[in-house]
Ligand binder design. Structure first.
Ligand SMILES: [Ca+2]
Length: 502
């Protein structure tokens, strides 16, 4: 900013003393102004390059094969297909876990499933087992400390009012929150309340409650939770343009309303059937497809809004899912083949349960219509976000930045030797992917022999080749034995007999 200096001349009313005083004052003013210009310039020089805005969009239980750009032939997803044409589509990317809470814990902490705080869906028996603690460092905290404004819209699942309050979003790095805390509450797509920060916000929906978490199903369905989250997300980006922001938009779509499935045999709760209204399908199939197409429209609205606001080139948008597809709405998986070519669904450690679609969009930075087979997972977003924000990765992470891949420098991309997952329901199980190729799965006991699959030769992971590759099998087995740190809340309870070769 240019500085203007006042002119000085002695007026008739000035006494010599007063004139000298005016000179002194003016010299002081000029010096202060010059100093201030200098310090402004210094501040400008010292100001770090502003990192991009980050929008992380997470679908819930959306399979690898649920989007047109990943091979879906029945359900329409024109907006996400367009996003992929304008951005980068990852083909070998993994969620943090095969169910909701641990997958989100991995995403937030940048630690793999054997190291992160929350390693399963704990339920009501021990809510604290499903809560982040003060000593956990989340990606939201890292970005907040780097000068980002941070917000969560939608489902959280890593802390709740009451005994699990150490994990509340605003204690874990989010400046603001609107959505569901409790995962069972989040089953209910037409809830009678949501949380805004720590306040319960009543909604006009009327429900038949199931339990005490807010779960249930609507008898008067008026406001669809994901419609509200989309509105909140669109409003948020418009309102936060003066500083970089991190928006974690955690949709519940297309998760089932499990309580409604049990009561009414249809968990695909959605305001209308959209383009499938006249399809000759059962209602749960129409609802499942309509949820995904509705979700697709939200993403399209966000990208359009970013363009209108002039934020597109300043914003990295990522779209992915927290685990493989579910079968919990009483819909027909055969109609949609939501896992694509992979075996298993949610709760499987074969790729159908954990490999997810992931699209990255950043006009001007990410080359359009590109594809990457880089083998990464949710935990990598910690290092990626830290690098983009110009800050450092916390200690104890299992996180490799994806920035080289995002920006078209695949030759500079570091890789994981191992990726790791575990699953606690129905007997403890473990899986590791070695060198992005060899999947080892162990069940039945800590010393049980592993099944080994060669993904290069066997996409559906059906042929156990452990006997043909004993060196690789023993390397993966040894890794599985030491992959996890102890956790009082998440001790392995093996179920003997599982995993025995027939
Ligand atoms: Ca999920």
């Amino acid at each position: 900013m240019p500085v203007t200096y006042p002119t000085l001349s002695m007026t008739r009313s000035d006494s010599p003393r007063r004139f000298l005083h005016r000179i002194a004052t003016l010299i002081l003013t000029a010096a202060t102004a010059a100093l201030s210009v200098n310090s402004t310039n210094q501040a400008r020089c010292a100001e770090p390059t502003r990192g991009p805005n980050l929008i992380f969009i997470l679908a819930d239980d959306l399979g690898y094969g649920d989007l047109g750009c990943y091979g879906q032939a029945v359900i329409e997803t024109p907006q996400l297909d367009q996003m992929a044409r304008e951005g980068l589509r990852f083909t070998h990317f993994y969620a943090g876990a095969t169910v909701c809470a641990p997958s989100r814990s991995v995403l937030m902490t940048g630690q793999h499933h054997g190291h992160t705080r929350v390693r399963g869906n704990a339920g009501a028996v021990n809510p604290l087992a499903q809560a982040l603690r003060p000593e956990d460092t989340t990606v939201a905290e890292v970005l907040q400390q780097a000068g980002y404004h941070t917000a969560l819209m939608g489902k959280w699942g890593l802390g709740d009012a009451g005994p699990a309050e150490s994990g509340l979003p605003r204690k874990q790095g989010f400046d603001e929150f609107f959505g569901f805390l409790n995962q069972q509450h989040a089953h209910n797509h037409f809830p009678d309340f949501l949380w805004r920060n720590e306040e319960r916000v009543p909604l006009p929906n009327v429900i038949t409650p199931v339990g005490t978490t807010g779960a249930g199903y609507a008898t008067e369905a008026i406001q669809f939770a994901d419609d509200l989250f989309a509105e909140a997300a669109l409003e948020y980006v418009a309102d936060h343009q003066s500083q970089p922001f991190f928006l974690y938009w955690s949709m519940v779509i297309p998760h089932a309303n499990n309580e409604r499935t049990r009561a009414l045999r249809n968990g695909a709760e959605v305001p209308d059937f959209g383009p499938y209204a006249t399809a000759d399908w059962p209602d749960p199939d129409k609802g499942q497809a309509a949820m995904i197409t509705r979700m697709d429209s939200y993403v399209g609205r966000m990208l359009k809004r970013l363009r209108e606001l002039g934020l597109a080139e300043k914003t990295l948008v990522v779209f992915t899912s927290d685990n493989g597809p579910h079968n919990e709405s009483n819909h027909d998986l055969r109609r949609f083949e939501p896992a694509g070519p992979y075996t298993g669904i949610k709760r499987s450690l074969t790729d159908g349960g954990i490999r997810v679609p992931m699209i990255a969009w950043w006009p001007g930075k990410i080359a359009p219509n590109t594809e990457s087979g880089h083998v990464g997972y949710f935990g990598d977003w910690m290092a990626t976000a830290a690098e983009l924000a110009g800050t450092t990765v916390p200690q104890g992470c299992d996180s490799i930045s994806l920035v080289p891949t995002l920006l078209g420098h695949a030759d500079k991309q570091s890789e994981h030797e191992f990726l790791y997952w575990e699953f606690h329901e129905g007997g403890f199980k473990q899986a590791a992917l070695y060198q992005g190729r060899w999947k080892g799965i162990r069940m039945g006991g800590p010393d049980a022999p592993i099944a080994l699959y060669d993904q290069n030769a066997d996409v559906p992971e059906k042929v156990d080749v452990a006997a043909q590759h004993p060196d690789i099998a023993s390397k993966v087995a040894a890794y599985l034995s030491q992959a996890r740190s102890p956790s009082a809340d998440w001790q392995p309870v093996w179920k003997s007999g599982q995993g025995k070769r027939k």
